[in-house]
Design a binder for this molecule. Structure first.
Ligand code: PEP
Ligand code: MG
Length: 692
């Protein structure tokens, strides 16, 4: 049994059988090489992720293919899938997990070998070998079968990807894609693509019109760049960059591709420009060549110019009703500019459970799915989309039966939700305050509507980040004033700009590990002019407003003291009353300095989103580790108890301002510890109020 021969055989099967299902040949080939009596492939059902389906077999009855479905919690196949490891069992029929499937020719086989078909991230199914006689469990057999399973998986993935592409070519066919669920719920809605700050919502009326618009924009863009070349050519400024922009605009393949996209797919000039640019950017980024990677910036610049000349870079984005947002990644700034009430679901290429998108999706109770590659391209022809946040599925252009099924499901979940809300009340002896975490005027209005007891956290960075790194004191203080007026409350906490990690402006430098880099208080101390500008914006607010200031992301008391002194200095210079200044407790190191912190901070706000992220090393934006985000976990609750014991002695105000309190079970546990003040997303407030 030569490993190389086995692998070559597998590759040949695939190369020579592109037109037909190669799975049958794969199992036959493996059975012959391994000299087993049965070789089968079980794959996870696309639609029901609790079931494995027999997709190919050599040795069992052929009629069993597609008919045999096994619950993942049953049998030795299920055991291999759940355990996600190579499983070798002799005398398999005596194993407590053995499950006999009648009528498929499953003789009493002695040896069972299950090998998960897995990548680092997902397990797609199980490769099974069965032998009539007991075999010897050797290291070399195990290595051989594990290598074979990796090879088989890559062939399977390629095969299904091709199958998907064929489906995709058929524009109106129902297509189902699977991703990673971030927020539960089901929605049926209108696809709205967001790429590079641009939103595509409409279908075009005339292809010729779009081609003309594109040609005009191309001419304007070239003229603009020629003008720049003329302006700078004698001024010792390197104009090479502009020459390379012209070269791209005159590169017939780039421009022709955009025009073809408009013609073939009947799409607007704007979205065609964006999608073709993205295609190039992705290709360039994939190459390990720093020179080519630099060209990504050129392409991005050019596409922004083309879009501006198409009049497509609108800042005041108006979403249509029932929008399902589809994006490669939604930035917090973009999110803050949407009217959330118009959104029914989010689909992103990459995001994590505690990313702002996911937090908001969960708190408003709308589904959100991530982890689908090329999501923009895959949904280009979608007219309606169903998003199933329970199973992590998106269904493009659903057929009538699917629509009906999902309408029933929506009703079913609605009924359960009502029952749940009526049944459970949280018992508490003390009065609980439910404040809102807000970022925009719309959030402020929502907080007011939902009866928030105050604003526990105003994320001021969202407004700033939408302005591409420019802080205009007047503009910001006017915005703050409007938000204060909209909330009409005496309990209002402004958080100083918490920039960094996933909340960066395009001007910020690329750090190799931004979550550990310049963020929050560190960023402010590094950019003091910006910090002072923001304090000035606060000082220009009317004296009649009652608000406090909160300093984010503190790892060391010194950072707090330095910023506090700058605030005091600015207020004293103007002879103004200094607001209360609080500290965010969200970096684990600070937990061990609470005795010192309480001497200098007026109040405390525990940022549980980050506290969890930094304590458990779980990136809040990474979907692959989302399942590790469990705030009901004992260790986390012990930390919360420790903090409460330390801080409650001070008699100073303590808020919990992360989203953990939006979950009923966690909220109850935190109340049992003694916490009384919670600040959550305004979209979840009504639901939380119904728990008391
Ligand atoms: C937190 O970290 O819990 C928090 C409320 O702040 P943000 O989510 O903005 O980091
Ligand atoms: Mg935080």
């Amino acid at each position: 049994m030569h490993k190389l021969e086995l692998l070559l055989g597998l590759s040949n099967i695939f190369l020579n059988n592109l037109d037909e299902n190669p799975l049958y040949k794969i199992v036959q080939h493996l059975k012959d090489y391994v000299k087993s009596d049965v070789c089968s492939i079980y794959l996870l059902d696309k639609y029901n992720r609790n079931e494995l389906i027999l997709k190919a077999t050599a040795g069992l009855k052929e009629e069993a293919v597609d008919r045999v479905r096994l619950n993942i919690k049953k049998g030795l196949v299920g055991l291999t899938y759940l355990d996600n490891n190579y499983l070798f069992i002799n005398n398999a029929t005596e194993h407590p997990d053995f499950h006999y499937f009648p009528g498929i020719g499953e003789e009493p086989f002695k040896t069972f070998i299950g090998v998960p078909l897995k990548t680092n991230i997902h397990t797609f199914g199980v490769l099974v070998f069965q032998f009539k006689n007991n075999k010897k469990d050797t290291h070399s057999l195990r290595k051989l079968l594990e290598t074979a399973s990796a090879q088989v998986l890559s062939l399977i993935l390629k095969y299904y990807q091709d199958e998907n592409n064929i489906e995709k070519a058929n524009a109106k066919k129902e297509i189902i894609l699977r991703g990673i669920p971030l927020s539960e719920g089901i929605a049926i809605g209108n696809p709205t693509h967001i790429v590079y700050n641009y939103i595509e919502q409409a279908h075009i009326t005339s292809v010729d019109n779009e081609l003309n618009l594109f040609d005009n924009s191309l001419e304007k863009t070239k003229n603009e760049i020629y003008e720049l070349i003329n302006r700078y050519k004698d001024k010792k400024i390197d104009i090479q960059i502009f020459n390379s922009h012209i070269a791209i605009l005159e590169d017939s393949s780039f421009i022709t591709k955009i025009k073809e996209h408009i013609k073939k797919l009947k799409k607007t000039a704007a979205i065609s420009t964006i999608l073709i640019t993205k295609e190039y950017v992705d290709k360039f980024n994939a190459l390990d060549d720093p020179y080519i990677k630099e060209r990504v910036y050129d392409l991005y610049d050019i596409s922004q110019r083309l879009l501006a000349n198409l009049g497509a870079l609108s800042k005041n984005i108006k979403l249509r009703d029932n929008s399902i947002i589809i994006s490669d990644k939604i930035t917090p700034g973009e999110l803050a500019s949407f009217n959330i009430d118009k959104i029914s679901g989010f689909i992103t290429e990459k995001d994590g459970l505690t990313s702002h998108t996911a937090i908001i999706a969960r708190s408003i109770g709308i589904p959100s799915i991530t982890g689908i590659n090329n999501i923009i391209k895959q949904t280009e022809n979608a007219e309606t989309i169903i998003i199933d946040g329970y199973l992590g599925l998106i269904i493009i252009n659903p057929q009538k039966e699917t629509m009906n099924l999902y309408k029933e499901k929506i009703q079913f979940y609605k009924d359960i939700e009502v029952d749940k809300r009526n049944a459970i009340k949280i018992k508490t002896d003390s009065s609980i305050n439910l404040y809102a975490n807000i970022s925009s005027l719309l959030d402020a209005e929502k907080a007011q509507d939902s009866g928030a007891d105050g604003i526990g956290l105003f994320r001021t960075e969202m407004f700033y980040l939408q302005r591409n790194g420019i802080f205009d004191i007047k503009e910001n203080s006017n915005f703050y004033r409007r938000v204060l007026n909209a909330t009409k409350t005496n309990y209002f906490i402004f958080r100083l700009l918490d920039i960094g990690a996933d909340k960066k402006s395009i001007n910020d430098s690329n750090e190799s590990n931004p979550a550990m880099g310049l963020r929050g208080s560190r960023y402010l101390l590094h950019n003091r002019i910006l910090l002072i500008k923001q304090i000035e914006a606060f000082t220009t607010l009317d004296n009649t407003y009652n608000f406090s200031l909160l300093i984010p992301f503190i790892a060391d008391i010194d950072e707090f003291i330095k910023i506090k002194n700058i605030i005091i200095n600015e207020y004293t210079k103007k002879n103004l009353k200094i607001p209360l200044i609080g500290a965010m407790v969200e970096i684990p190191s600070l937990i061990f300095s609470l005795d010192e912190l309480q001497k200098v901070a007026d109040f405390f706000s525990i940022g549980t989103n980050d506290l969890f992220q930094y304590t458990f090393a779980v990136d809040r934006t990474n979907p692959f580790v989302s399942s590790l985000y469990k705030p009901t976990n004992d260790t986390f609750l012990k930390i919360m108890e420790y903090i409460y014991k330390k801080l409650s002695k001070t008699g100073k105000h303590i808020d919990i301002c992360g989203e953990v309190a939006a979950d009923r079970t966690t909220l109850e546990k935190l109340i049992n510890i003694g916490y009384k003040n919670f600040s959550v997303n305004p979209y979840v407030l009504k639901k939380l109020k119904s728990y008391f």
